[in-house]
Design a protein around this ligand. Structure first.
Ligand code: PLP
Length: 419
């Protein structure tokens, strides 16, 4: 499948008159349509709620769009909770799924009335010294072993730092029950960026079985199962595009099979998707500013790994379109690089692309999640702007680019350097 950008050369030429490249651009129409598809896929479950993983794209304007679509937020730090509160998320619209949690984070999560998802059994006593238990509390489960679909290992939960063992999960719920907690949630995140419709149903089977076992043993009310994140997107043109309707239907079948016969048909399904919600609806727009011919052919662009680090740290593939040359043959082979003094700062290696000329605009696809948010300031590179392409076609600045003053702001000490 050819990947088409959601923006045209003409639109970018208009935008750069006001906002120079590089910038992350988001597609409101795509975000809303996808959010509605997800809700439709789980509409069979009356309690269903998606909690968007804020870490993927922590911009309040985008969170507001998701909020308008009836979506909550999944936070894992003080700052993310603070942001969620400012955007207007309240109480059970906030899931707090953290690990190695500092005291003040638990305190704020409790003050906001959010649903707290404990990563470990030792956190219960730690938390008790800080804030009261709420009527509804959740625990994160790690079943250990390998997580495989059709004998193919997707991930290795036994090597993951998250969650607790089955025994600890049961002990935690018993303890919480003794403290007056009334409703319980079970959470697990076992594989990332899965491009198969079978991930959620397989995870659901594991969690639903655990829920039945725990309910029988402790006689408690399991109110929700949180399938967390991990539904992936097709970064490569040849990757499978997950059919969210098929995923919802797959979970429904397991629900009917395991939970309904146990009288647990009131249980709500929650998700904490990040990538699936936003990755395809964001892109990094950058301009070719140099070309270099040594042992390989290089195109140097004005963005760098500080704006998008996934290729540099995981060798992740991000598709590239040269705007205005969508239909030209891909008969040149380039490394597309940023300007960090690190050889891993390459958006593409040996990539077949149309002939690129200095001044061409490149769209780096699928940066709407885990893109801007993973940015950093290495080599004194500044974070870019974020722009929202509204449904009416207008472009709105939703975060300005950093300035040199921003970079030095934390050195503004009483007796320090004046920069
Ligand atoms: C990162 C994360 C998510 C979102 O993961 P995606 O791969 O973006 O779907 C959800 N929940 C928790 C606890 C996370 O850490």
């Amino acid at each position: 499948m050819e990947k088409k950008p959601f923006v045209t050369l003409e639109q970018v030429q208009e935008m750069v008159k006001k906002y120079p490249t590089p910038f992350h651009l988001y597609d409101e129409k795509g975000i809303r349509e996808n959010a509605r598809r997800l809700k439709a896929a789980f509409s069979w479950n009356p309690g269903f709620r998606e909690y968007f993983a804020v870490k993927a794209t922590p911009n309040p304007y985008l969170l507001q769009i998701l909020r308008e679509e009836g979506i909550g937020v999944d936070c894992s730090s003080y700052t993310e909770l603070y942001l969620a509160d400012k955007v207007g998320f309240r109480g059970d619209e906030i899931m707090f799924s953290s690990n190695v949690t500092p005291r003040e984070d638990f305190k704020l999560a409790s003050d906001l009335g959010s649903i707290i998802n404990f990563d470990d059994i030792t956190h219960l006593k730690f938390y008790e010294g800080i804030a009261p238990f709420h009527e509804t509390m959740s625990c994160r489960y790690n079943p250990g072993g390998n997580f495989a679909i059709h004998n193919q290992i997707m991930d290795t939960p036994r090597d993951a730092k998250y969650g607790m063992t089955k025994e600890q999960l049961i002990d935690s719920f018993r303890y919480l029950k003794g403290k007056g907690v009334k409703h319980f949630g079970i959470h697990a995140f076992l594989a990332s960026n899965t491009i198969t419709e079978e991930y959620y149903p397989k995870l659901a089977r594991i969690l639903f079985k655990a829920a039945v076992e725990i309910k029988r043993e402790l006689g408690i009310h399991i109110a929700f199962i949180n399938l967390s994140g991990g539904v992936g997107v097709p970064y490569r043109p040849e990757d499978h595009q997950n059919d969210i309707m098929a995923i919802g239907e797959g979970v429904r079948k397991i629900y009917e099979e395991i939970l309904v016969p146990e009288g647990m048909g009131d249980l709500a399904i929650y998700t904490e998707l990040g990538r699936f919600m936003l990755a395809p609806y964001g892109c990094l727009v950058t301009q070719a500013i140099h070309e270099k011919h040594i042992y390989k052919e290089y195109i140097g662009v004005d963005a760098c790994a500080a704006n998008l680090m996934r290729p540099a740290i995981y060798g992740a593939y991000h598709h590239i379109t040269v705007l205005g040359k969508e239909n030209e043959p891909r008969d040149h082979v380039y490394d597309v690089t940023g300007g960090l003094c690190e050889n891993c700062d390459k958006f593409a290696i040996d990539r077949s692309l149309p002939k690129i000329d200095i001044g061409d605009y490149l769209v780096i696809h699928d940066t709407g999640a885990h893109g801007f948010s993973m940015g950093y300031n290495y080599n004194g590179k500044l974070r870019s702007a974020e722009i929202l392409l509204k449904e009416d076609g207008s472009a709105h600045l939703i975060r300005r680019a950093e300035t040199v003053e921003d970079y030095f702001a934390t050195l503004d000490l009483e007796h320090g350097f004046k920069l």
